[in-house]
Design a protein around this ligand. Structure first.
Ligand SMILES: Nc1ncnc2c1ncn2[C@@H]1O[C@H](COP(=O)(O)OP(=O)(O)OP(=O)(O)O)[C@@H](O)[C@H]1O
Ligand SMILES: [Mg+2]
Length: 350
């Protein structure tokens, strides 16, 4: 059994299922992200793991122990909330020491652990500062230190950086990752920011409508999404309808309309695809090539993004323009190629 194991956990509010038979396995010491759009049930799932909410069914266990009947304060978890819940009337030191007071540690031991924590979150020397005299990023680090100082087995972080501006958030992301490596505690981070999830985590679970759609490494999630929803939630993706003609040794041959007949490697096609099925071919904007042979179209928008560029190509007979990353060629006419090895075959959801 994995370190943190969520098995068939469901929760409904007023007859409305918001967490639907969720299974989740998190290995010890990993940085794990739970990624999904607003309202998909992320906070509810996290609150059940922390014990603030009771599952209607299913089992939650940590380090081999079933948690369902264990009250929140006796669970080996700690939670960091989106709105930095620190005490404004206490100074930084006392905010961090708060969680340790109940342990009745010797004074020296307490001081040592708080000082170590201050250093970990790079707030050395700020122990005496009043909490309301801190910047947003510093406050968030105090909240983090306060959650970490009890040395939980699992730290639950609910959009901890959501309130910070972009610059500070990026700096804090790097810091979160560094701190996690340093302390080695299992982090379960909830976010709706896909870049945050991909850049920080060892593994990511994509959640939608109360269900987990896919659990994978960031790279795998990007390169091999298992459905349209994951593919479009993680970065940008072009989709083409295609029908499966043949599934053979060499690969899966499809008729993709404007793109013609294409044989993609078997590994690029989702499991369970059968001859005759209508599927979706998906390709990332950076994998579409400007070529001398292929599908011709007209460049309709160009976006200059500094070191990168982005353009959209209208192809006759197709409504959605094709998104392409890279610098557009001069003129408005362009020929695009879709390398078969970069096409992914997904089940068609419509
Ligand atoms: N105590 C509650 N009573 C009734 N409905 C609730 C309660 N808590 C959450 N919900 C509903 O459950 C659904 C999931 O909520 P949840 O807070 O888990 O979403 P989330 O994924 O964390 O969203 P966000 O990214 O916006 O924080 C929402 O539709 C929400 O309105
Ligand atoms: Mg939430």
């Amino acid at each position: 059994m994995s370190f943190l194991s969520v098995s068939k956990v469901s929760k409904a509010f007023g007859g409305n299922t918001v967490v639907d038979a969720v299974d989740l396995d998190v290995e010890r010491g990993t940085f794990f992200a739970l990624l999904g759009p607003s309202g998909c049930g992320k906070t509810t799932l996290l609150r059940m793991i922390a014990g603030f909410e009771t599952p209607d069914s299913g089992t939650i266990s940590i380090d081999g122990e079933v948690m369902n009947a264990v009250p929140p304060h006796q669970r080996p978890t700690n939670m960091v909330f989106q709105s930095y819940a620190i005490f404004p009337h206490l100074n930084v030191f006392d905010n961090i020491a708060y969680g340790l007071r109940q342990l009745r540690l010797p004074r020296e031991e307490l001081r040592r652990r708080v000082e170590t924590m201050l250093a970990t979150v790079r707030l050395e020397g700020l122990g005496g500062r009043a909490a309301d005299q801190l910047s947003g990023g510093q406050r968030q680090r105090v909240a983090l230190a306060r959650a970490l100082v009890r040395e939980p087995k699992v730290l639950l972080l609910d959009e901890p950086l959501g309130a910070l501006d972009k610059r500070l958030r990026e700096a804090m992301q790097i810091e979160l990752r560094t701190i996690q490596r340093k302390v080695g505690i299992t982090f379960l981070l909830v976010t709706h920011d896909q870049e945050e999830a991909l850049s920080l985590s060892d593994r990511v679970a994509v959640m939608s409508g109360g269900r987990i759609l896919q659990v994978a490494s960031p790279r795998e999630l990007y390169q091999r999404p298992n459905c349209r929803e994951v593919a479009s939630f993680i970065g940008e993706m072009n989709f083409f309808h295609a029908s499966v003609k043949d599934i053979g040794e060499k690969g899966v041959t499809v008729n993709a309309g404007l793109l013609g007949n294409i044989t993609l490697p078997r590994a690029n096609a989702a499991n369970g695809i059968k001859t005759g099925d209508t599927i979706l071919l998906a390709i990332r904007p950076e994998q579409v090539r400007v070529a001398s042979e292929g599908v011709t179209g007209e460049i309709i928008t160009q976006t200059f993004l500094g070191e990168r560029s982005h353009f959209h190509v209208k192809i006759a007979g197709r409504t959605a323009p094709v998104a392409v990353s890279g610098h557009p060629p001069p003129g408005s006419a362009v020929t695009l190629a879709f390398p078969p090895e970069n096409l992914i075959g997904l089940p068609s959801s419509d």
